[in-house]
Ligand binder design. Structure first.
Ligand SMILES: Cc1cc2nc3c(=O)[nH]c(=O)nc-3n(C[C@H](O)[C@H](O)[C@H](O)COP(=O)(O)O)c2cc1C
Length: 220
């Protein structure tokens, strides 16, 4: 039950909310979901960027608060597997390397949902993506568990034969599962389907926000 002053402004005698502006404000507040979009490809106008832009369009149409992170532009070293191989992150939750990793990790922690988009290289995510992903898994899966239960979308973009797209998605999901995250959808974008998949990604973005908002659960 809302405090009386608040109810008086928005409800009629019968208790119905009759002030549309107030009602819209409440709706907006409830709907605003924070989504982090991580993507990796060196090409700013390639297939991966197109897929990312379409999905972003859907997220923005749905009123989400979006933070886009282009991993290729960030300073990210690879994991040093320090100490005896288990690293110190499994006792502290922090990575010893000082670069952009910690800031990205914090963004993911604050997000309601995370979208992972990678170009397909060698049937896998890009090297840049892997460098970030390996360190994230170390810190989160072994110690912090900040990302457990985050709901995710995976998109893999292959501009060659399209072979290896599913392996890339599987590899991504395996790592997310180690961190306890859940995957709502796994979307392959290849040269063959680009004409009908890219437009569909706008709807996919909107649907994702709706699912984050209203809940959608699968049991593993
Ligand atoms: C090192 C390397 C490995 C690649 N491996 C694959 C592959 O396994 N399967 C595939 O379909 N395309 C492969 N490709 C093609 C990329 O998926 C293609 O460049 C794709 O368009 C990347 O997205 P972009 O347009 O954003 O660069 C590879 C490209 C590179 C540079």
């Amino acid at each position: 039950m809302q405090p009386y002053e608040y109810r008086r402004k928005t409800e009629g005698k019968d208790g119905h909310i009759n002030n549309k502006t107030e009602m819209n404000k409440i709706k907006e507040k409830i709907r605003m979901k924070k989504v982090a979009v991580l993507w990796s490809s060196p090409n700013l106008d390639g297939l991966t960027a197109s897929a990312k832009n379409r999905f972003l369009e859907g997220l923005n149409d749905a009123g989400a608060e979006v933070k886009e992170i282009h991993l290729n532009r960030m300073k990210l070293e690879h994991c040093r597997a320090c100490g005896n191989g288990w690293g110190t992150c499994n006792k502290t939750g922090n990575c010893v390397i000082c670069d952009d990793f910690a800031e990205i990790y914090q963004t993911l922690r604050e997000a309601d949902g995370i979208v992972w988009i990678s170009a397909v290289y060698w049937s896998d995510m890009t090297e840049c993506f892997k460098a970030f992903f390996d360190r994230l898994r170390r810190c989160d899966a072994t110690y912090n568990h900040f990302l457990a239960d985050k709901r995710c979308i995976l998109i893999a973009c292959a501009g060659g034969t399209g072979r290896g797209t599913l392996e890339c998605l599987t590899q991504l999901e395996r790592g997310l599962t180690h961190m306890g995250m859940r995957v709502y959808d796994r979307i392959p974008v290849v040269r063959y389907n680009r004409d009908y998949i890219l437009p569909a990604l706008v709807e996919a973005g909107k649907t994702y926000i709706d699912r984050l908002e209203n809940g959608f659960d699968m049991y593993y």
